[in-house]
Write a protein that binds this ligand. Structure first.
Ligand SMILES: *[C@@H]1O[C@H](CO)[C@@H](O)[C@H](O)[C@H]1NC(C)=O
Ligand SMILES: *[C@@H]1O[C@H](CO)[C@@H](O)[C@H](O)[C@H]1NC(C)=O
Ligand SMILES: *[C@@H]1O[C@H](CO)[C@@H](O)[C@H](O)[C@H]1NC(C)=O
Length: 443
């Protein structure tokens, strides 16, 4: 895989240096200490602003999630709050408009024990696609006495100190370790999901975090995905956050991406970040599974492996047949889409990503690109997607059965699994009965 950082994302490394440089940290900690001294006792708390019902949290097997984003005047919109036990930090993930300069503001985390710490966000000014939303993440160390608790209350105060989100419940994340996981957000597309899950599980994905953008009363995913959830393969996350004026619908999408990256910074080595009409296809016959492209210490410091998009579909005159999106769409565009045209997707290494947005790492380590002919490509079944409006699709002229062959191998694999289980059952029954009778005879 080719390192493209110098060509396409020259600011990344230098932008990250202030966070990692030891000398900067020293100066920062001096500044922070000064501010703590200045502000901690200097202002009495007269009013704490917070929107009431927004504070409700929903429990899941993977910790708890805010029912809606937190919003209050003079404070950043926050979509999530959680305690990461591995790093020992409380993490707040929010979104902002460009003109909001939260990176110049200091915040104070206040624990019920009286412990405090002062923190600030790293600036995000990188724009992809001119959409008016940027990421803001705040982290503060968890005092020792809260480290092992499954949840605790925390107050995030803007300094100087009158505006605050008070007593937000921060729950510990589950921290189940996986080499390769996936993360996606969906709304009312249940039918697409099982085949997408089966395909990627077959190719080496160990766990999938599905953020459900449907209101809990309307969502049917808990039922339609119950087998995957019971098997421990899928975690379903309620994520029906409302959208804000002056931000686009992508606000909730970007929030879920950064929530997912930060929650799994220390327990997932690689996180595939794609939609349910997108499939990652390994292109090297000697390496049929996705982990085989990632399991190399050479990639320890990269932030992402970029996968290039290739549209699959069918010519308009041909009626699609088959149960799966793969069987119905056996044709592809002549060429893959070009990089940086808003179609790339990524396999992220969360530990090396600070801010992310849909198609690109905004702040983090190097990005390398997978060759779409010899390594991996993103097969994108856009024609089956109901929201195909306003989307320019290429002509599907090239017959390409390679995905159908993977699906066939998957189906065979599953049938073999079933029949060998059945055989075992049959054999064990056959074996057991004569044994018993023989023993009975002997006795
Ligand atoms: C956490 O804060 C809520 C108010 O938001 C309060 O009802 C609850 O008792 C607090 N829990 C603890 C353990 O202090
Ligand atoms: C949205 O943008 C308009 C025009 O730029 C501005 O007047 C308005 O104050 C903004 N509203 C919010 C809530 O930011
Ligand atoms: C990665 O490779 C090592 C050997 O080089 C192997 O032991 C390990 O199981 C591999 N991990 C995955 C997830 O493929």
């Amino acid at each position: 895989m080719e390192n493209e950082n110098n060509k396409t994302e020259p600011q990344l490394v230098s932008a990250l240096k202030p966070i990692t440089g030891k000398s900067c940290l020293l100066i920062l900690s001096i500044l922070v200490t000064a501010y703590v001294w200045l502000f901690s006792g200097a202002f009495t708390i007269s009013r704490d602003v917070v929107k009431g019902p927004d504070l409700r949290v929903q429990e899941t097997t993977d910790g708890c999630y805010l029912e809606d984003k937190l919003q209050a005047p003079h404070l950043p919109d926050l979509h999530s709050v959680f305690a990461d036990r591995i790093s020992g930090q409380v993490v707040f993930v929010g979104l902002k408009l460009l003109r909001q300069t939260w990176h110049r503001v200091l915040f104070r985390c206040e624990f019920p024990s009286g412990d405090i710490s002062v923190v600030h966000a790293v600036d995000d000014r990188r724009s992809f696609g001119h959409l008016p939303q940027y990421v803001v993440v705040l982290t503060c160390p968890i005092p020792n006495e809260y480290r092992l608790r499954s949840s605790f209350n925390i107050t995030l105060r803007r300094l100087p100190g009158t505006d605050a989100y008070r007593n937000i419940k921060a729950c510990a994340t589950s921290n189940e370790k996986h080499f390769l996981a996936m993360c996606t957000m969906v709304k009312s597309v249940d039918a697409f999901i099982p085949q997408w899950l089966d395909y990627h599980r077959y190719l080496g994905v160990q766990h999938v975090y599905i953020y459900d953008n449907d209101k809990p009363a309307q969502s049917t995913l808990q039922t339609s995905l119950q087998n995957y959830i019971k098997a421990g393969f899928v975690t379903l996350i309620p994520w029906a956050h409302s959208t804000s004026v002056n931000k686009t619908y992508l606000e909730v999408q970007i929030a879920h991406e950064n929530d997912c990256i930060w929650r799994h910074k220390h327990d997932v080595d690689w996180m595939i970040k794609i939609d349910v009409d997108e499939y990652i296809q390994p292109m090297d016959a000697r390496r049929p599974r996705i982990p085989e492209y990632l399991n190399d210490s050479l990639y320890d410091s990269v932030a992402a492996v970029r996968i290039q998009n290739w549209f699959f579909g069918h010519p308009p005159r041909i009626a699609p047949r088959g149960d799966s999106v793969i069987e119905r769409n056996r044709w592809r565009a002549e060429k893959h889409t070009l990089q940086n045209t808003g179609h790339d997707k990524n396999i992220l290494r969360p530990i090396n990503v600070h801010y992310y947005k849909i198609h690109s790492v905004k702040l983090g380590g190097d990005v390398i690109s997978a060759d779409p002919y010899t390594e991996m490509r993103l097969v994108h079944y856009r024609t089956d997607n109901q929201r195909a409006r306003h989307f320019d699709l290429p002509k599907f002229k090239e017959r390409d059965e390679s995905m159908v062959r993977i699906r066939q191998a998957l189906v065979n694999h599953r049938l073999q699994g079933r029949s060998s289980k059945n055989n075992k059952r049959r054999i064990s029954k056959k074996v057991r009965k004569p044994k018993i009778s023989k023993e009975t005879i002997r006795i």
